[in-house]
Design a binder for this molecule. Sequence first.
Ligand code: ZN
Length: 491
Amino acid sequence: MRGLWRIGLGLASVAAVIAQLGGCAGQTVAGTPSAMGGIDPTNAGGLEVSNGPSGPRQGVDDAKLTVEGADGGAMDKIATNAIGDLYDYWDKQLPTLFDEKFTKLTRLVSYDSDGAGVTICGTSTAGLVNAFYCGGGGEDAIAWDRGVLLPMLNKQFGPMSVVGVLAHEMGHAIQSRLGAKSNMSQSTPTIVREQQADCYMGNFFRYVAEGNSAHFQINTGKGLNDILATLFFIRDPAGFDHMTEGAHGLAFDRVYAFQEGFTHDPKRCADMDPAEIDGRIAEKQRSNAEIKQSNEGDIDPTEAKNLQALQESLNDAFKDNGSDQPQITGNGSTCKTGEATKPVTYCPDDNAVGFDAASLKALAAKPDPNAQPGQQGSGGLGDFAAFAEIASRYTLSIQKSMGLPLDDKKAGLRTACLTGAWAGFTNEDAKDRRLRLAIGDLDEAVAELLQEESLIAADVNGKRVEAGFARVEAFRRGFMEGSAPCTKDFA
Ligand SMILES: [Zn+2]
């Protein structure tokens, strides 16, 4: 059975690796030249950022579909209407783009994982907290757990996250219908299937964002940011090798696939193949030693030795930029002159980075499994989220030394890009570095980037790039290509 959504307990607990000795090496992510043109801070994949309504449309008749086991409750209503709109969407796309007629699913099944199981594709649904597609062996079904999974998603991320899960599962049904036209064969690695399904999900959300969906609407501001954030909270446990059966990939990679789908048509998704994905995927096989090290828990970013490792890492990452390297100190996040931001501030007059230790510690704490998107709940996002906040303020000194304004329209994008470049630097295969990117760290940084209050894509005054889409694109460009494009493309 494939297409299972694994529900992690928030972000996995991982730690930035502060190595005492040169030991196991990190992995280098192959740089992929970016095909993206300029990134507009008020633009989500070609759509202007909007702040209209997000969620089910009111006063529309429900989709009339036969769903086995449905109880007619709120979750089944959202799921069934989502399937109805997905049918409408794919019924147009398949003939137009692939010269294929769309056929509806053979079975739609609603079940309660807390109740007596029903059998789908030879598996009992008892205790199966999931939504999935299964094909092959005469089966062609999408099933969802209305009892536990969907209510949990709805509570944590809102009704559009339920639509998102079904759009992803429909992506697997589309693969099954397209076969070779979607690069599918018996031996297609799981990561390719998952990347395509996230991409097909992005296609459908573009259709919703453009106002074409009968039952749902989404705005390209917070609405879409929350869908991107959902991809961080619903994912494989960190440490899955991307070739492992069941791997969905890191959220960092999943967001990319979703964005590709949102920005392009379904042909783009169908074209994703193992060669392309191997070249750009951030999730690589890790040694057991690295996984063990990563699972040892989050470290305190304000502790002297960890702070020293961060300072060295940033100085080293940007040593060729010719700037006066700012000192990072725990001064309560204040500036002698001028405005300050929380929990970290950059003071241009003294070229210094100051942080508030208590807020940073809270951010670096283990994630709260019940945190809402856009909020941090009682837990934090992990140590790398806190490190990335400091790094973002540090990069303002580089912008200053290059004579770039610290508060213009592009300053937030430059900051996100340079912070991504630093994250990429810590991911390089260099044994002499004390601070290295561990499994899951990248997801912590990008999850933090999508938070409402994050500074990672903010200017010196804390003014943030509105579109989460643009924030992630800028961060990703730095991560993949290094710092050079950050100050050039976003000047
Ligand atoms: Zn899947």
